[in-house]
Design a protein around this ligand. Structure first.
Ligand SMILES: Cc1ncc(COP(=O)(O)O)c(C=O)c1O
Length: 389
């Protein structure tokens, strides 16, 4: 049978029904420990064969099922689930870099990742160079002999800038550097970075993958050998996902394809509405022809995503007023859930950036970021209209 489609894989892959009494859903193996499968001392070194379990910090059937689902969607040889996106990102970074190494990263990063790279990595003797561009050549020019990781996000938060993933990987690999990308915003439905040359994909599964704003989780996916290195660190740093949220995450992921396509249709409608709105000075959405990376988005992605950023005329005060008046759209950080959320990067995702850094990136005080949910788009536009009036 040819490779199944994304929606089919989201529903079925990772499914253990044949193994577990024919259950359609993978059961929740809420057990921290398992009776010894063997007296072989290697079990304590974490070298148990797949499908053999001794302790859930090492591996667990419910967690493995959701890992297989994500690996299938990303087209990865293997994936590992974590207790948060930040646990996934920090563990992966620590698996690939150590004292004396260097990381080159885009400047335009999720605030938590930026804080980790800027404040914590240098404390461990890892040098980090932030490059304020999405140009592949400029980014890769910063890679030197000590650089072990090039760290990317595309589309970025909140400006939704894109990076040419294929070209960046080509240049980075010429210099022998591993490329890591955070694929949270796009999801594998809209972008599969491994197919474009990326070595390791990272996710905050808290967002679209779970999709219901009720779980904190993360993933790392890539080649089996690399995942072996990450697994070793996950056991030691301990940020593994527990079986109960793994079950919820698998439930959310079964509808990923359906949800992401609806998020996108709604985001397009909202972006077009806001672009024409008299109280909005700028609307940023990769699906709009006015977006500088619109052509790249068409080439590199299978859609434009569910995030829309706009600037309210009148700056910070006007934006804060509008966001407070929203009735249907909740004022909250995070993204990717079925419900629409609005936040101001200034007060949420980018508090760890200085004013100068925000200005350099183009993040203005009157900027509002919308995570467009799967409600009826007319209701969302109406709510925005009354809030902006
Ligand atoms: C793009 C991106 N990456 C990583 C994270 C961190 O994920 P988590 O909150 O699950 O730790 C977030 C959280 O907002 C995010 O937006």
């Amino acid at each position: 049978m040819s490779k199944k489609g994304m929606a089919t894989r989201a529903v079925h892959d990772g499914d253990r029904s044949l193994r577990y009494e024919g259950a359609i859903n993978t059961p929740i193996f809420q057990s921290s420990t398992f009776s010894f499968p063997t007296d072989d001392p290697r079990t304590w070194e974490g070298e148990v064969p797949r499908g053999t379990y001794i302790y859930s910090r090492n591996s667990n059937p419910t967690v493995e099922a959701v890992e297989e689902k994500l690996a299938s969607l990303e087209g990865a040889e293997a994936s590992l689930a974590f207790s948060s996106g930040m646990a996934a990102i920090s563990t992966a970074l620590l698996a690939f870099v150590g004292k004396g190494d260097r990381v080159v990263a885009m400047q335009d990063l999720y605030g938590g990742t930026y804080g980790l790279l800027r404040n914590e990595m240098p404390r461990l003797g890892v040098d980090v160079a932030f490059v304020p561009t999405t140009d592949p050549e400029e980014l890769c020019a910063a890679i030197d002999g000590r650089t072990k990781v090039l760290y990317l996000e595309s589309p970025t938060n909140p400006l939704l800038k894109l990076i040419d993933i294929k070209e960046t990987c080509r240049l980075a690999h010429e210099k022998g550097c591993r490329v890591l990308i955070d694929n949270t915003f796009a999801t594998p439905v809209l972008q599969r970075p491994l197919e474009q040359g990326v070595d390791v994909v990272l996710h905050s599964a808290t967002k679209y993958l779970n999709g219901h704003s009720d779980v904190i989780a993360g993933f790392v996916a890539g080649r089996r050998e690399d995942m072996g290195l990450v697994h070793q660190r996950r056991r030691l740093f301990g940020g593994v996902l527990d079986p109960l949220p793994a079950y919820l995450l698998a439930r959310g992921m079964r509808t990923l394809d359906l949800r992401v396509r609806r998020h996108e249709a709604n985001a397009r409608a909202v972006a077009e509405h806001l672009e024409a709105h008299p109280k909005v000075s700028r609307c940023i959405y990769p699906g709009l022809r006015s977006h500088p990376d619109h052509e790249l988005a068409k080439r590199q992605m299978d859609g434009f995503g569910g995030m829309v950023t706009f600037e309210v005329r009148g700056g910070r005060h006007a934006a804060e007023g509008a966001i407070k008046r929203l009735q249907l759209i909740a004022r909250a950080s995070s993204l990717g859930g079925v419900e629409s959320l609005a936040s101001m990067p200034l007060n949420t995702s980018h508090t760890s950036y200085s004013r100068e850094e925000r200005v350099m990136l183009g993040i203005t005080d009157g900027m509002v970021r919308l995570s467009v949910g799967i409600e009826d788009p007319e209701d969302l536009c109406q709510d925005l209209d009354q809030a902006l009036r």
